[in-house]
Ligand binder design. Structure first.
Ligand code: SAM
Length: 247
Protein backbone atom coordinates (compact mmCIF):
# COMPACT_ATOMS: atom_id res chain seq x y z
CA UNK A 1 0.00 0.00 0.00
CA UNK A 2 0.98 3.62 -0.17
CA UNK A 3 1.71 3.42 3.56
CA UNK A 4 4.47 0.93 2.99
CA UNK A 5 2.95 -2.01 4.83
CA UNK A 6 3.43 -5.47 3.54
CA UNK A 7 0.23 -6.82 2.10
CA UNK A 8 -0.94 -9.91 3.93
CA UNK A 9 -1.77 -12.84 1.69
CA UNK A 10 -4.91 -14.89 2.39
CA UNK A 11 -2.98 -17.89 3.69
CA UNK A 12 -1.13 -15.90 6.34
CA UNK A 13 -4.10 -13.86 7.38
CA UNK A 14 -5.97 -16.10 9.81
CA UNK A 15 -2.99 -16.80 12.16
CA UNK A 16 -2.32 -13.08 12.36
CA UNK A 17 -5.95 -12.30 13.15
CA UNK A 18 -6.02 -15.05 15.78
CA UNK A 19 -2.92 -13.64 17.41
CA UNK A 20 -4.47 -10.17 17.67
CA UNK A 21 -7.61 -11.42 19.39
CA UNK A 22 -5.84 -13.84 21.73
CA UNK A 23 -3.78 -10.91 22.94
CA UNK A 24 -6.63 -8.49 23.43
CA UNK A 25 -9.51 -10.74 24.57
CA UNK A 26 -9.57 -9.43 28.16
CA UNK A 27 -9.17 -5.81 27.15
CA UNK A 28 -11.18 -6.04 23.98
CA UNK A 29 -14.08 -3.84 25.07
CA UNK A 30 -11.82 -1.10 26.42
CA UNK A 31 -9.96 -1.15 23.11
CA UNK A 32 -13.19 -0.81 21.19
CA UNK A 33 -14.28 2.17 23.22
CA UNK A 34 -10.93 3.88 22.83
CA UNK A 35 -10.63 3.21 19.13
CA UNK A 36 -14.14 4.19 18.12
CA UNK A 37 -14.70 6.84 20.78
CA UNK A 38 -17.61 4.76 22.05
CA UNK A 39 -19.34 4.90 18.67
CA UNK A 40 -19.31 1.12 18.26
CA UNK A 41 -22.00 0.96 20.97
CA UNK A 42 -24.36 3.19 18.98
CA UNK A 43 -23.70 1.29 15.76
CA UNK A 44 -24.36 -2.05 17.48
CA UNK A 45 -27.58 -0.71 19.01
CA UNK A 46 -28.66 0.47 15.55
CA UNK A 47 -27.91 -2.99 14.14
CA UNK A 48 -30.06 -4.71 16.75
CA UNK A 49 -32.88 -2.18 16.25
CA UNK A 50 -32.84 -2.96 12.56
CA UNK A 51 -33.02 -6.68 13.30
CA UNK A 52 -35.92 -6.03 15.67
CA UNK A 53 -35.97 -9.52 17.24
CA UNK A 54 -39.54 -10.51 18.20
CA UNK A 55 -40.58 -9.94 21.81
CA UNK A 56 -43.10 -12.72 21.71
CA UNK A 57 -43.36 -15.79 19.52
CA UNK A 58 -44.49 -19.39 19.87
CA UNK A 59 -41.23 -20.82 18.59
CA UNK A 60 -37.69 -19.74 19.48
CA UNK A 61 -36.13 -17.06 17.31
CA UNK A 62 -32.69 -18.44 16.53
CA UNK A 63 -29.89 -16.01 15.86
CA UNK A 64 -26.36 -16.92 14.83
CA UNK A 65 -23.84 -14.20 15.67
CA UNK A 66 -20.67 -15.01 13.76
CA UNK A 67 -17.28 -13.64 14.83
CA UNK A 68 -19.30 -12.85 17.92
CA UNK A 69 -16.24 -12.52 20.15
CA UNK A 70 -17.19 -11.59 23.69
CA UNK A 71 -20.92 -11.69 22.93
CA UNK A 72 -21.72 -8.01 22.51
CA UNK A 73 -24.30 -8.43 19.77
CA UNK A 74 -25.85 -11.60 21.20
CA UNK A 75 -26.31 -9.96 24.60
CA UNK A 76 -28.08 -7.01 23.03
CA UNK A 77 -30.33 -9.28 20.99
CA UNK A 78 -31.50 -11.56 23.80
CA UNK A 79 -31.91 -8.63 26.20
CA UNK A 80 -33.97 -6.66 23.73
CA UNK A 81 -36.11 -9.64 22.77
CA UNK A 82 -36.62 -10.65 26.37
CA UNK A 83 -38.10 -13.98 25.38
CA UNK A 84 -38.02 -15.91 22.15
CA UNK A 85 -34.51 -15.01 20.99
CA UNK A 86 -31.79 -17.62 21.48
CA UNK A 87 -28.31 -16.70 20.33
CA UNK A 88 -25.39 -18.79 19.20
CA UNK A 89 -22.10 -16.91 19.37
CA UNK A 90 -19.60 -18.41 16.97
CA UNK A 91 -15.96 -17.39 16.91
CA UNK A 92 -12.69 -18.94 15.78
CA UNK A 93 -10.98 -17.69 18.92
CA UNK A 94 -11.38 -19.56 22.21
CA UNK A 95 -9.99 -16.66 24.27
CA UNK A 96 -12.69 -14.27 23.06
CA UNK A 97 -15.39 -16.89 23.66
CA UNK A 98 -14.14 -17.59 27.19
CA UNK A 99 -14.57 -13.92 28.11
CA UNK A 100 -18.03 -13.93 26.54
CA UNK A 101 -19.11 -17.08 28.36
CA UNK A 102 -18.06 -15.66 31.73
CA UNK A 103 -19.91 -12.48 31.01
CA UNK A 104 -23.12 -14.25 29.94
CA UNK A 105 -23.07 -16.26 33.16
CA UNK A 106 -22.66 -13.14 35.27
CA UNK A 107 -25.53 -11.45 33.42
CA UNK A 108 -27.78 -14.47 33.99
CA UNK A 109 -28.05 -15.07 30.24
CA UNK A 110 -26.26 -18.42 30.11
CA UNK A 111 -29.46 -20.25 29.15
CA UNK A 112 -30.08 -17.89 26.23
CA UNK A 113 -26.61 -17.71 24.69
CA UNK A 114 -24.36 -20.58 23.69
CA UNK A 115 -20.76 -20.28 22.53
CA UNK A 116 -19.27 -22.28 19.69
CA UNK A 117 -15.65 -22.31 18.52
CA UNK A 118 -15.61 -22.64 14.73
CA UNK A 119 -14.71 -20.95 11.46
CA UNK A 120 -17.14 -18.62 9.64
CA UNK A 121 -16.07 -20.30 6.40
CA UNK A 122 -17.26 -23.72 7.55
CA UNK A 123 -20.25 -23.54 9.90
CA UNK A 124 -21.01 -26.65 11.99
CA UNK A 125 -24.81 -26.30 11.60
CA UNK A 126 -27.40 -27.91 9.36
CA UNK A 127 -29.04 -26.10 6.44
CA UNK A 128 -31.95 -23.71 7.13
CA UNK A 129 -31.47 -23.68 10.87
CA UNK A 130 -31.43 -19.97 11.85
CA UNK A 131 -33.87 -17.06 11.61
CA UNK A 132 -31.10 -14.49 11.51
CA UNK A 133 -27.36 -14.28 10.91
CA UNK A 134 -25.43 -11.31 12.28
CA UNK A 135 -21.75 -10.45 12.02
CA UNK A 136 -20.25 -7.26 13.45
CA UNK A 137 -16.71 -6.14 12.68
CA UNK A 138 -15.87 -9.71 11.81
CA UNK A 139 -16.25 -10.35 8.11
CA UNK A 140 -13.24 -8.30 7.07
CA UNK A 141 -11.06 -10.63 9.18
CA UNK A 142 -12.26 -13.73 7.34
CA UNK A 143 -9.84 -14.73 4.55
CA UNK A 144 -12.56 -15.87 2.11
CA UNK A 145 -15.53 -13.53 2.40
CA UNK A 146 -17.43 -15.31 -0.37
CA UNK A 147 -17.27 -18.60 1.58
CA UNK A 148 -18.53 -16.93 4.75
CA UNK A 149 -21.45 -15.40 2.83
CA UNK A 150 -22.46 -18.63 1.16
CA UNK A 151 -22.33 -20.40 4.54
CA UNK A 152 -24.57 -17.65 5.92
CA UNK A 153 -27.04 -18.29 3.13
CA UNK A 154 -26.97 -22.04 3.68
CA UNK A 155 -27.72 -21.99 7.43
CA UNK A 156 -30.54 -19.42 7.18
CA UNK A 157 -34.16 -20.48 6.91
CA UNK A 158 -36.24 -19.12 4.05
CA UNK A 159 -37.34 -15.67 5.17
CA UNK A 160 -34.16 -15.40 7.23
CA UNK A 161 -32.24 -12.18 7.61
CA UNK A 162 -28.56 -11.34 7.15
CA UNK A 163 -27.08 -8.24 8.82
CA UNK A 164 -23.43 -7.26 8.44
CA UNK A 165 -21.91 -4.39 10.39
CA UNK A 166 -18.42 -3.48 9.24
CA UNK A 167 -15.95 -0.64 8.97
CA UNK A 168 -16.40 0.81 5.55
CA UNK A 169 -15.29 3.54 3.18
CA UNK A 170 -15.67 7.09 4.42
CA UNK A 171 -17.43 9.21 1.82
CA UNK A 172 -17.31 12.61 3.49
CA UNK A 173 -14.55 14.97 2.26
CA UNK A 174 -12.10 15.91 5.01
CA UNK A 175 -13.46 13.28 7.38
CA UNK A 176 -11.64 10.70 5.25
CA UNK A 177 -8.31 12.44 5.85
CA UNK A 178 -8.85 12.88 9.55
CA UNK A 179 -9.88 9.25 9.75
CA UNK A 180 -6.79 8.07 7.84
CA UNK A 181 -4.51 10.02 10.13
CA UNK A 182 -6.30 8.67 13.18
CA UNK A 183 -6.31 5.07 12.12
CA UNK A 184 -2.75 4.82 10.87
CA UNK A 185 -1.25 6.58 13.87
CA UNK A 186 -3.59 6.46 16.82
CA UNK A 187 -4.92 2.92 16.52
CA UNK A 188 -1.52 1.16 16.59
CA UNK A 189 -0.51 3.51 19.41
CA UNK A 190 -3.59 2.61 21.44
CA UNK A 191 -2.91 -1.05 20.70
CA UNK A 192 0.63 -0.70 21.97
CA UNK A 193 -0.60 1.00 25.10
CA UNK A 194 -3.48 -1.31 25.99
CA UNK A 195 -2.28 -4.65 24.63
CA UNK A 196 1.46 -4.10 24.62
CA UNK A 197 1.89 -4.51 20.88
CA UNK A 198 1.02 -2.12 18.08
CA UNK A 199 2.06 -4.18 15.10
CA UNK A 200 -1.01 -6.43 14.82
CA UNK A 201 -3.23 -3.35 14.79
CA UNK A 202 -1.50 -2.07 11.70
CA UNK A 203 -2.78 -5.17 10.06
CA UNK A 204 -6.32 -4.50 11.29
CA UNK A 205 -6.19 -0.95 9.97
CA UNK A 206 -4.94 -2.20 6.64
CA UNK A 207 -7.76 -4.74 6.52
CA UNK A 208 -10.25 -1.88 6.81
CA UNK A 209 -8.64 -0.16 3.84
CA UNK A 210 -8.80 -3.31 1.79
CA UNK A 211 -12.40 -4.14 2.59
CA UNK A 212 -14.65 -3.61 -0.46
CA UNK A 213 -16.60 -0.41 -0.89
CA UNK A 214 -20.28 -0.45 0.24
CA UNK A 215 -21.67 -0.98 -3.28
CA UNK A 216 -19.22 -3.71 -4.13
CA UNK A 217 -19.89 -5.52 -0.86
CA UNK A 218 -23.67 -5.31 -1.49
CA UNK A 219 -23.00 -6.99 -4.83
CA UNK A 220 -21.03 -9.79 -3.12
CA UNK A 221 -24.01 -10.39 -0.81
CA UNK A 222 -26.31 -10.66 -3.86
CA UNK A 223 -23.88 -13.09 -5.48
CA UNK A 224 -24.18 -15.33 -2.41
CA UNK A 225 -27.92 -15.60 -3.15
CA UNK A 226 -29.46 -12.89 -0.96
CA UNK A 227 -32.35 -10.67 -2.07
CA UNK A 228 -33.45 -7.11 -1.27
CA UNK A 229 -29.90 -6.20 -0.36
CA UNK A 230 -29.32 -2.67 0.90
CA UNK A 231 -27.02 -0.75 3.21
CA UNK A 232 -26.85 2.38 5.31
CA UNK A 233 -23.81 4.32 6.38
CA UNK A 234 -23.08 5.26 9.97
CA UNK A 235 -20.90 8.24 10.87
CA UNK A 236 -20.13 9.22 7.27
CA UNK A 237 -19.28 5.67 6.23
CA UNK A 238 -16.80 4.87 9.01
CA UNK A 239 -19.12 1.91 9.46
CA UNK A 240 -21.91 0.51 7.27
CA UNK A 241 -24.77 -1.89 7.93
CA UNK A 242 -25.66 -4.23 5.07
CA UNK A 243 -28.90 -6.18 5.05
CA UNK A 244 -30.15 -9.06 2.89
CA UNK A 245 -32.89 -11.67 2.93
CA UNK A 246 -32.98 -15.32 1.99
CA UNK A 247 -36.27 -15.71 0.15
N1 SAM B 1 -18.53 -9.11 16.95
C1 SAM B 1 -17.72 -8.67 18.08
C2 SAM B 1 -17.90 -7.19 18.30
O1 SAM B 1 -18.44 -6.54 17.44
O2 SAM B 1 -17.53 -6.71 19.37
C3 SAM B 1 -16.24 -9.03 17.88
C4 SAM B 1 -15.57 -8.42 16.69
S1 SAM B 1 -13.84 -8.66 16.66
C5 SAM B 1 -13.30 -7.14 15.92
C6 SAM B 1 -13.58 -9.82 15.35
C7 SAM B 1 -13.76 -11.26 15.75
O3 SAM B 1 -13.69 -12.06 14.56
C8 SAM B 1 -12.70 -11.82 16.68
O4 SAM B 1 -13.30 -12.28 17.86
C9 SAM B 1 -12.06 -12.94 15.87
O5 SAM B 1 -11.63 -14.04 16.64
C10 SAM B 1 -13.19 -13.31 14.93
N2 SAM B 1 -12.78 -14.05 13.72
C11 SAM B 1 -11.73 -13.80 12.91
N3 SAM B 1 -11.67 -14.67 11.90
C12 SAM B 1 -12.73 -15.52 12.06
C13 SAM B 1 -13.21 -16.65 11.32
N4 SAM B 1 -12.58 -17.07 10.21
N5 SAM B 1 -14.31 -17.28 11.77
C14 SAM B 1 -14.94 -16.85 12.90
N6 SAM B 1 -14.54 -15.79 13.63
C15 SAM B 1 -13.44 -15.13 13.22
Amino acid sequence: TSFGYRTVADGEKQPLVNDVFHKVARRYDVMNDLMSGGLHRLWKDAMVSRLAPPRSARTPYRVLDVAGGTGDIATRIVTRSGGPAEATVLDINGSMLAVGRERAEKAGLADKIRFVEANAEDLPFPDRHFDAYTIAFGIRNVPHIDKALSEAFRVLKRGGRLLVLEFSQVDVPMLDRVYDAFSFNAIPAIGRYVAGDGEPYRYLVESIRKFPHQERFAQMIREAGFSRVDYRNFSGGIAALHSGWKI
